[in-house]
Design a protein around this ligand. Structure first.
Ligand code: NAD
Length: 513
């Protein structure tokens, strides 16, 4: 693997890059603490990066501000053309980048490639958007007046991202921010710095060819302390932060204290409701992929199944059987379904959660545990577990970022299942499996799921870029990607123009001198 990855790094032009900050045009000679990226796949060192210091951060922000002054004057479709070329470039590098994502993060190769495909898709979306940054016109109440609203570029956008989607989340934000005329500073997860460097290098090729000002796309590698600088910095009008709810509370408070805007994409605790009329052919693959895909490390991973008592045993048996067929191992090997967790902290959190579930009265249906032996030397490969539990258990209320699936039984009507589904602090993704129209509509109604994503007859995991993505409650309330999510990246302005010869005031107020 490591040999193959050397070739990939070379292909991506990053075999020598070990500096932790770049404004696009150049890499800074950073002198911060060293961050070594180990692959969870086989424990090998991918590369070591010198993280950035506060001084590097300062230089980066100044350059970004300078770049913004020019970039905002480029016509939006021209900015879109640059993003179109970026999508083309990413297509060229899809296999190399997807493989690197899989190797550095540990998700399956298919999912690594899928993540890169998401980058391409959001770029394509943004190209069209660059000609559709529409405002509205209104009729003025005053004669000889015209009113309209328009959207202007906002400024420097800070992006703080999580390890589990190491490249797509950056592009979800940047593709929109750039066509909107903003410049971006990205602080990726310290667990996945190499894929971030790869993105920056790919972008640099396209930006250089188009004379995009240095500082439109900046990268800064460091730990939470760099994230905190971004959150507290009044020069950054929007901070888009993806990660744990704990991080979001800290970032949201810091940005709020300076009355900046934040776009928070935080933890989920996603459930599928399975009603008596559900088609089990779809339920089992949907639930199993949702629970074990990316080794349970997706914000939209399925954590809870809320199953009607009538079909509970049938679903349970089918799930146990399906789990028996799961192949766990190297995610670059397409025969495996489940790869490793990201690091030993994640393994410990997984083991602790299983202990706690037992202590609270949970019944372990499919035993978990850490695998050892050939191919499992990193100690990061774990067995996906299933636990019969109650929704109110403390551990069930909490997002454990690992493949643990809780089965919860419900009785009576679908409203009881919806109450359980909503009865957690998070509100990201939700789903119902039913062939009953009334149940489906109830689930989607104003009294239904309280999540940002509510699906019928598909699982909770994954989303298309065309819709706005995000969730409510402790998930943070942010929306990014498709639909009108672009609006947060711009400042909105209402304009009234008087083309008459008098100066009437609004609301008919008379003021005579
Ligand atoms: P994390 O919160 O540990 O780290 C995320 C990022 O925030 C990292 O870059 C980290 O350095 C930075 N950070 C941490 N504390 C900070 C602070 N106080 N101030 C500023 N920056 C800080 O999360 P993780 O372990 O990398 O990712 C897993 C979490 O992310 C899960 O909870 C998952 O649900 C969530 N997630 C959510 C979405 C979504 O769209 N809702 C998407 C992906 C991941």
């Amino acid at each position: 693997n490591n040999f193959e990855v050397r070739q990939i790094l070379e292909e991506l032009g990053i075999e020598d890059v070990n500096n932790g900050a770049s404004t696009g045009g150049r890499w800074f000679n950073t002198r911060g603490e060293k961050i070594t990226s180990y692959s969870p796949v086989d424990g090998a060192v991918i590369a070591t990066v010198d993280s950035a210091t506060e001084a590097d951060y300062e230089a980066l922000v100044l350059k970004a501000q300078e770049a913004f002054n020019e970039w905002r004057t480029w016509p939006a479709p021209k900015r879109g053309e640059v993003v179109r070329q970026l999508a083309e470039k990413i297509r060229e590098y899809k296999t190399a980048l997807g493989t690197l994502v899989s190797y550095e993060m540990g998700k399956s190769l298919q999912e690594g490639l899928g993540e890169v495909q998401e980058m391409i898709d959001i770029c394509d979306f943004a190209v069209g958007l660059s000609r559709q940054l529409y405002g509205l016109t209104m009729h003025s109440e005053r004669p000889g007046h015209r009113m309209y609203e328009q959207y202007h570029p906002l400024g420097v956008v800070g992006i703080i991202s999580a390890f589990n989607f190491p490249v797509a989340v950056w592009n979800w934000n940047t593709a929109l921010a750039w066509v909107c005329g903003d410049v971006t500073i990205w602080k990726p997860s310290e667990k996945t710095p190499i894929t971030a460097i790869a993105c920056q290098q790919i972008t640099k090729q396209v930006f250089d060819a188009n004379n995009v000002p240095e500082g439109v796309s900046s990268l800064i590698i460091g730990d939470a302390s760099i994230g905190k600088l971004i959150a507290e910095d009044g020069r950054i009008p929007l901070v888009s932060a993806t990660g744990s709810t704990r991080m979001g509370k800290s970032v949201g408070a810091a940005v709020g204290a300076r009355l900046g805007k934040s776009l928070l994409e935080l933890g989920g605790n996603n459930a599928i409701i399975i009603t008596p009329s559900a088609d089990l052919k779809m339920v089992i693959p949907g639930a199993v992929f949702g629970a074990v895909g990316t080794c349970g490390q997706r914000c939209t991973s399925t954590r809870r199944l809320i199953i009607h008592e009538e079909i509970y045993d049938k679903v349970k048996d089918a799930l146990v059987k399906a789990y028996g067929q799961l192949k766990i191992g190297n995610p670059l090997d397409q025969n495996n379904h489940v790869g490793p967790l990201i690091d030993t902290d994640a393994v410990n959190a997984y083991l602790k959660a299983l202990e706690q579930a037992k202590a609270e009265g949970g019944n372990i249906l499919v035993e978990g545990g850490v695998l050892s032996g050939e191919g499992y030397e990193t100690g990061l490969y774990v067995k996906p577990a299933i636990v019969e539990a109650q929704n109110h258990f403390k551990i069930v209320q909490h997002e454990t970022f690992a493949p643990i699936l809780y089965l919860i039984k419900y009785k009576g009507g679908v409203e009881n299942a919806i109450a359980l589904q909503n009865g957690v602090p998070q509100g990201l993704s939700s789903a119902i499996m039913t062939t009953n129209l009334k149940e489906a509509e109830m689930f989607l109604s104003n009294g239904g799921s309280d999540c940002g994503i509510a699906n019928v007859n598909i699982g909770t995991s994954g989303a298309e870029i065309g819709g706005a993505f995000g969730g409510e409650k402790e998930t943070g309330g942010g929306r990014e990607s498709g639909s009108d999510a672009w609006k947060i990246y711009m400042r909105r302005q209402t304009n009234t123009i008087n083309y008459s010869d008098s100066l009437p005031l609004a609301q008919g107020i008379k003021f005579e001198l």
